[in-house]
Design a protein around this ligand. Structure first.
Ligand code: GDP
Length: 141
């Protein structure tokens, strides 16, 4: 495990709720650093590339529509065991199954509009970070 970087997104439904700061505070309170951040809108083609592993799923179109529907906060988080720690802070994909106090329990509206994304493995983290950030944009590792 050790010191890692992971990729995180605050999704459009959470941005609508005006809780960017509350979500970032949870990362900081759990000893994750915001290594890079930008508020942005994801292009449709980029979003399809990002979620390529879900291309054949019935919800793919809905997922891409939602993720390109408004601004998102794109982040690189860094810290000891950052990948697993971020997944723990986020909670289960389905908010009905998310533990008390997790970001998805607090801010998700549904399985699709579930407030946050976090890489699920070192391979995904590397791929996802490089899709959205140039190495020189990661300024606070
Ligand atoms: P994650 O790693 O916890 O984000 O979950 P997955 O990799 O399984 O799914 C990726 C994303 O697809 C989830 O975060 C949801 O936003 C979305 N998703 C998963 N299942 C469904 C579903 O049944 N319906 C819809 N609309 N979106 C879903």
């Amino acid at each position: 495990m050790g010191y890692e970087k992971t990729f995180s997104i605050i999704k459009p439904n959470a941005i609508n709720k005006n809780v960017i700061g509350k979500i970032m505070a949870q990362f900081e309170e759990n000893n994750l650093k915001i290594a890079a951040a930008k508020l942005s809108k994801i292009e449709r083609s980029k979003c399809e590339e990002f979620y390529a592993e879900h291309k054949e799923r019935p919800f793919f179109g809905e997922l891409v529509d939602f993720m390109t529907s408004g601004p998102v906060m794109l982040m690189v988080l860094a810290g000891e065991g950052a990948i697993a720690k971020n997944r723990e802070i986020m909670g289960a994909t389905n908010p009905a199954e998310a533990a008390e106090g997790t970001l998805r329990k607090l801010y998700a509206d549904s399985m699709g509009e579930n407030a946050v994304h976090g890489s699920d493995s070192p391979t995904s983290a590397e791929r996802e970070i490089s899709l959205f950030f140039e190495p020189n944009e990661i300024v606070n590792e």
